[in-house]
Design a protein around this ligand. Structure first.
Ligand code: 6PG
Length: 476
């Protein structure tokens, strides 16, 4: 018998995906650098489906039906390159190599080109959903050649999450597009988590609420428009009590957030593309600040905090304000993320369909949310949407939230509670809808010191003012 799919790299994500394939009736060839992991998987879960145990790469490749399909689940970067090279040397034209790790999309573009030159199909596939999703149905974002999706698509769709019977897996576009959208997914994940963190902090440090009470608020929010995986697990994490101390677990966890790089990549790419993804950027910077341990140590309690402002008297009303501020900020973060995807797609000629993307993010992935259905609808209604924020549903939702949003930021600022993502999202919204921006002054200054010229509102052409001369205007 031959396997429909091979999985190499059997750490938790790889093992769980392999089991997911097997549970869906596919024969799965297993490979890992050290055989111990392969044996452990077969020992613990061999009865879940049909696995083929292989020891060497040659044996592994030989165990696959053609076109061969191999999913690589190893660490992004050099280890992935090494495995690709090993596989490519053993594979034949038409075979498919899938990289399911969190690879940088520019690496994927490079690898796809190198494999295409050897007549191999290379598919960079973003896979989201963590360990649990890998086992029970992730959201899968495969890029690469469209032909490869014909043979690969049904296999991936069978193990993906499904929402309303629709698989959370679709061909995203050529070469690096799958990993690009996964990167932005993670950026949005960062923004979502930062916004949730700020909402929590406001309840804690403006309203003085207990952790358990805050958990209840998130549980309640999860029944409405904010219904999402991250809100759901926020309630779980906040409900957890530390066995050793009896305190809320969140109070014994060191408040320094880690990051493995995908958020940072998103922001770097946004800078290159010229797309203001301020929500994601604030989230990345907030993690960096939280981890600036020694600086924080030196600054702690140093500066007199606040204006002596009082917490709002009506707690319930302010919690509702926070909910609305969170929702509006979330709309901004997604709108910015989708802008970045549109810009990346245009830059690389990928033709990524934002509606399809929203559809496969409805389930399986970390940012799965009710909300994604609204995004899908918005693009279905108007595929040429200039910005998600401007879709009627979201425009109305934000308009309905804006007073709450302002109140939250004013109060937080007066009381010295940091709300970088809430505040920058509101500033973005205010800038986007502004009649005039101070960019006109920026242009005047640039022209003054560098003769960079400016455009006029009332006639065509570029102009320069002779600042060091008689200050008359000349056409540039
Ligand atoms: C997912 C997650 C996953 C991983 C993040 C965590 O979609 O399943 O995004 O890819 O958990 O990369 O990233 P940080 O360690 O940078 O927070």
């Amino acid at each position: 018998r031959l396997a429909q799919i091979g999985v190499t790299g059997l750490a938790v994500m790889g093992s769980n995906i392999a089991r997911n394939f097997a549970r869906h009736g596919h024969t799965v060839a297993l490979h890992n650098r050290s055989i111990a992991k392969t044996d452990a998987l077969i020992e613990a879960h061999g009865d879940e489906g049909d696995f083929i145990r292989t020891e060497t790469m040659e044996e592994f490749v030989g165990a696959l039906e053609r076109p061969r399909r191999v999913l690589i689940m190893v660490k992004a970067g050099d280890p992935t390159d090494a495995v690709i090279e090993e596989l490519a040397n053993l594979m034949e034209p038409g075979d498919i190599i899938i990289d399911g790790g969190n690879s940088l999309y520019t690496d994927t573009i490079r690898r796809e080109a190198a494999m295409a030159a050897r007549n191999l199909n290379f598919v960079g596939a973003g896979i989201s959903g963590g360990e649990e999703g890998a086992l029970n149905g992730p959201s899968i974002m495969p890029g690469g050649p469209a032909e490869s999706y014909e043979s690969l698509g049904p296999l991936l769709e069978s193990i993906s999450a499904h929402v309303d019977g629709v698989p959370c897996c679709t061909h995203i576009g050529p070469d690096g597009s799958g990993h690009f959208v996964k990167m932005v997914h993670n950026g949005i994940e960062y923004a979502d988590m930062q916004l949730i963190g700020e909402a929590y902090d406001l309840m804690r440090n403006v309203l003085g609420m207990e952790v358990a009470e805050i958990a209840d608020v998130f549980r309640e929010w999860n029944t409405g428009t904010l219904d999402s995986y991250l809100i759901e697990i926020t309630a779980e994490v906040l409900s957890q009590v530390d066995a050793e101390t009896g305190k809320p677990l969140v109070d014994v966890i060191v408040d320094a957030a880690g990051q493995k790089g995908t958020g940072r990549w998103t922001v770097k790419s946004a800078l290159d593309l010229g797309i203001p993804t301020t929500g994601i950027a604030e989230a990345v910077f907030a993690r960096a600040l939280s981890s600036s341990t020694s600086q924080r140590e030196s600054a702690r309690g140093l500066v007199a905090g606040t204006t002596g402002a009082q917490a709002p008297a009506d707690k319930a009303a302010f919690v509702e304000d926070i909910r609305k501020a969170l929702y509006a900020s979330k709309v901004v973060a997604y709108s910015q993320g989708f802008d970045q995807i549109a810009a990346g797609s245009a830059e690389y000629g990928w033709s990524v369909d934002p509606g399809k993307l929203a559809t496969i993010w409805r389930g399986g992935c970390i940012i799965r949310a009710k909300f994604l259905d609204r995004i899908r609808e918005a693009y279905a209604e108007n595929p040429e949407l200039p910005a998600l924020l401007l879709a009627p549903y979201f425009r109305d939702a934000v308009e309905d939230s804006v007073e709450s949003w302002r109140r939250v930021i004013v109060t937080a600022t007066a009381m010295g509670v940091p709300v970088p993502a809430f505040a920058s999202s509101l500033s973005y919204y205010d800038a986007l809808r502004a009649e005039r921006l101070p960019a006109a002054l920026t242009q005047g200054l640039r022209d003054y010191f560098g003769a960079h010229t400016y455009l006029r509102v009332d006639k065509p052409g570029s102009f320069h003012t002779l600042w060091s001369g008689d200050r008359s205007e000349v056409e540039a």
